[in-house]
Design a protein around this ligand. Structure first.
Ligand SMILES: *[C@@H]1O[C@H](CO)[C@@H](O)[C@H](O)[C@H]1NC(C)=O
Ligand SMILES: *[C@@H]1O[C@H](CO)[C@@H](O)[C@H](O)[C@H]1NC(C)=O
Ligand SMILES: *[C@@H]1O[C@H](CO)[C@@H](O)[C@H](O)[C@H]1NC(C)=O
Ligand SMILES: *[C@@H]1O[C@H](CO)[C@@H](O)[C@H](O)[C@H]1NC(C)=O
Ligand SMILES: *[C@@H]1O[C@H](CO)[C@@H](O)[C@H](O)[C@H]1NC(C)=O
Ligand SMILES: *[C@@H]1O[C@H](CO)[C@@H](O)[C@H](O)[C@H]1NC(C)=O
Ligand SMILES: *[C@@H]1O[C@H](CO)[C@@H](O)[C@H](O)[C@H]1NC(C)=O
Ligand SMILES: *[C@@H]1O[C@H](CO)[C@@H](O)[C@H](O)[C@H]1NC(C)=O
Ligand SMILES: *[C@@H]1O[C@H](CO)[C@@H](O)[C@H](O)[C@H]1NC(C)=O
Length: 477
């Protein structure tokens, strides 16, 4: 009897201990060897050394249940703890997390600086992988999801506006969490880039209102990616179903933006999607007025209508076959299914006809494209008029039906052009044959909402999987 009671007591004690393991309070700092484990045991936070040394130079978050140690966040990536001195992570009375070494030097800190005034705060590691500093009334005054390292987890949102504090920045190497030159994030209000330093390396086409919802369901993975509009700002986010394996979107140190999925049978991560894929996908790889034709088995550079290869000049790209005659009879050729080029002017509050007129009346305008963003829930201005002045770069012809119309200015005599068709030209790098994977996984970062209609029997109720904050989720059959 006494033994049973003792057991129960020990069991209760264990529960109460493990319950407190997901949080830090000002009274209980975290020291080397300690770790926080999220309530459901999904994520852990603690000191670590990527090279397996005993140094424990960093504080980070990793998957608690996944046997291959995988870090999703690092606090002090550019300021490691010197090997000789064990560190300490403290939640201050001023509601800040402070990481310091044994000499009291601060290596990393949040900057909330909330005066104590009797406010009780706690730092909690959530099952989503988010570390939050929470006030007693439930308000989170800081969260690691707003200060990502190289990884975007489900339910985290990445703004499409330029906010470099929200960029994913790759590690320098497998064992080196310090910030490298490769980053992934929003740039203007409409696009997302992979950057190599300040140079674009890959670009996701501007929002167009139809190619901004994607869902995928296969091999137990059920994942939805979407663009959400919050107060007129667009955010990229993705969610997975409860039964799905773990998924992470990571800016890899090789410069690839990858979506990785955990395979518990093989006990490894597999790459579900990566960009840029072939060299043709790389930013502006086909030069000015060229485009990457991804409708071919091997993606190939071609010239836009009305242009021809300027290979004789030994530069990548294309030149006009016939000069424009500005004013007198230029017209616009409609190119279907295009990834719109970069470097546009975004003109607000225009109808389609007004957008065309904006381009038509200015001789420097080489192209325009129009979309209605109402499907993204834009309230005030739903129009998206883009015009291009001068060169068109990083254009693509898409074989997946997720592109949009691009209207390019041509001399009207070439309107019913009887050319020999667009001319292929080689680009410096060897074209890759490894596009198969991309075709299979399709453009996950850009799958059209329209395209799931046929696959879901016209949205019949039997295919509805659930309703989320951004609409109904259908099962693709
Ligand atoms: C780190 O140590 C663990 C356990 O000792 C071992 O399984 C793993 O292979 C080591 N990793 C590296 C990168 O050395
Ligand atoms: C927080 O305040 C309490 C009482 O005011 C004090 O005892 C404690 O040392 C403080 N903790 C930190 C981490 O500053
Ligand atoms: C919680 O408390 C903070 C600080 O006192 C305050 O700014 C915030 O509005 C409160 N939040 C709620 C939901 O009451
Ligand atoms: C950038 O993002 C951070 C974290 O979400 C936010 O606190 C900050 O206000 C944002 N800055 C701008 C200029 O939007
Ligand atoms: C990134 O830029 C550096 C320096 O310009 C260059 O050496 C490197 O090859 C680039 N990386 C890729 C993947 O193109
Ligand atoms: C997971 O790993 C197993 C065992 O290696 C393999 O048979 C299976 O195809 C993998 N699943 C996926 C989705 O890659
Ligand atoms: C949009 O343009 C119309 C005229 O075309 C104008 O009446 C309206 O005020 C404009 N709206 C905004 C938000 O600028
Ligand atoms: C055409 O657009 C260019 C670039 O925006 C501008 O500098 C120029 O003034 C415009 N010309 C006319 C006639 O509007
Ligand atoms: C966009 O589409 C919605 C719904 O079809 C329509 O109500 C709205 O007027 C359109 N807006 C523009 C600017 O074309």
């Amino acid at each position: 009897m006494g033994v049973t009671l003792l057991r129960i007591f020990l069991f209760m004690l264990l529960i109460s201990i493990s319950n407190s393991y997901d949080r830090l309070t000002p009274a209980e700092p975290l020291t080397t060897g300690d770790k926080l484990i999220s309530h459901g045991g999904i994520f852990a936070l603690g000191f670590f050394s990527p090279t397996n040394s005993s140094a424990n130079s960093y504080v980070g978050i990793w998957y608690h249940k996944i046997p291959v140690r995988t870090y999703v966040w690092v606090a002090n990536r550019d300021n490691p703890i010197a090997s000789s001195s064990p560190g300490k992570l403290v939640l201050t009375n001023g509601s800040d997390l402070v990481l310091s070494d044994s000499e009291g030097q601060t290596l990393w800190t949040t900057t909330n600086s909330i005066s104590p005034g009797g406010i009780k705060t706690t730092a909690i590691l959530l099952d989503s992988g988010n570390l939050v500093i929470r006030l007693a009334n439930g308000t989170d005054i800081w969260q690691s999801f707003h200060h990502p390292t190289d990884t975007m987890l489900p339910d985290m949102s990445l703004p499409l506006s330029k906010n470099t504090s929200m960029h994913l920045v790759a590690w320098r190497g497998t064992d080196d969490p310090s910030s490298s030159d490769y980053s992934f994030g929003g740039d203007s209000s409409l696009q997302i880039f992979v950057w190599n330093g300040t140079r674009p390396y890959w670009r996701r086409a501007a929002l167009n209102g139809v190619a901004d919802y994607a869902m995928y369901q296969r091999n137990g993975l059920s994942m939805t990616q979407t663009i959400v509009n919050r107060g007129g700002e667009f955010y990229l986010m993705y969610t997975i179903s409860d039964s799905s394996p773990s998924v992470r979107m990571t800016m890899h140190y090789t410069g690839m933006m990858q979506i990785l999925v955990w395979n518990s049978s093989s006990s490894s991560w597999y790459c579900f999607f990566e960009r840029p894929g072939s060299s043709c996908h790389r930013y502006a790889s086909c030069g000015p007025f060229g485009y990457c034709d991804t409708t071919q088995e091997v993606a190939t550079c071609k010239c836009l209508d009305g242009f021809e290869s300027n290979s004789l000049k030994f530069t990548v790209g294309c030149q006009r076959k016939k000069e424009l005659r500005c004013g007198t009879g230029d017209s616009f050729a409609t190119l279907l299914n295009m990834k719109t080029p970069d470097k546009f002017l975004f003109i607000r509050n225009r109808s389609f006809d007004q957008c065309r007129a904006e381009c038509s009346r200015n001789c420097s305008c080489t192209a325009y494209a129009y979309a209605n963003l109402s499907s993204l829930g834009t309230t005030v201005d739903q129009s998206r008029c883009l015009v291009w002045m001068g060169e068109l770069v990083d254009t693509e012809k898409r074989g997946d039906g997720f592109g949009e119309n691009l209207y390019i200015r041509i001399p009207s005599s070439s309107g019913k052009h009887q050319t020999n068709g667009p001319m292929d030209f080689a680009i410096p790098e060897q074209l890759s044959n490894s596009d198969e994977q991309y075709n299979q996984n399709s453009e996950f970062l850009q799958i059209s909402f329209e395209d799931i209609i046929p696959a879901t029997n016209g949205f019949s109720d039997s295919n509805v999987l659930g309703k989320g904050g951004f609409g109904i989720v259908y099962k693709v059959t």
